[in-house]
Design a protein around this ligand. Sequence first.
Ligand code: SF4
Length: 282
Amino acid sequence: MKVLLADEYGFCFGVERAVEMVEDALAEGDTVRTLGPLIHNDQEMERLGRSGVSTINAPVQIQRGQTAVIRAHGVTPEVQRELEEKASKVVDATCPFVTRVQKLAARAAEQDRHVIVVGNPDHPEMIGVKGYAPDHAFVISDETEVAKLPRLRQPLVVSQTTIKAKTFFDTAEAVKSKTDDEVQIVNTICSATRDRQEAARALAGEVDVFYIIGGRHSSNSRKLLMVCEEQCPKSFLIETEEEIDAADLAGAETVGVTAGASTPDWLIKKVIAHIEEIGKKQ
Ligand code: SF4
């Protein structure tokens, strides 16, 4: 039985960087508190928990002597200030792709221009970005929400890093109806999600069984499952190797593996070793 890994899988750049920054802080002996869960993967959170990392839900919970970590989604400048006042140290693990959106929004607001951010208004990344242009930014999910916007001044249109390109461009086009000024459109979508989906699609037609490793509540992992199922009906979303049913692998010659953007490498290796073990017994 041959196990084939998709060309792109697992931790995206921003998540990997955030985990490394937390590990560096732990190595320095810090007491680490992340504002919100660092990543959406229970197994990795448990591993970090065993090293003493815990999660707080609001800056007020941070205490002197502790290190506060801002996760990859970023936060508003206000929250950042609050953490800096309360914590002994702040580790800012905001993904540089998110920082770019924050800076674009802040600069446009300084010039008294409107900012349209296409994304989910309840997503922490969007709450953070809006905080950089509180009186100038509107976060809208798609083109159907353009109608509720006021007339716009020299608008800048940017996107949440993880939305679909079509949603972004359709919305940006619709925004033109709300102004007589030129509309500046800056595509700030990060390619990590798309790259993982394309790599999974490329592999799905070549394998008999496909395992997608990721949290059941992780939307990018569920999307990977849908992509794989299109070409490989025996596709399974699993959180750990324990969920693999050996019967599903009976007669399989090639097995595909991919993982969501929050799945750590150690977990992927464990799953592959387990599949290979089952293969040897067949
Ligand atoms: S998905 Fe992209 S923007 Fe988001 S944390 Fe990962 S690399 Fe950064």
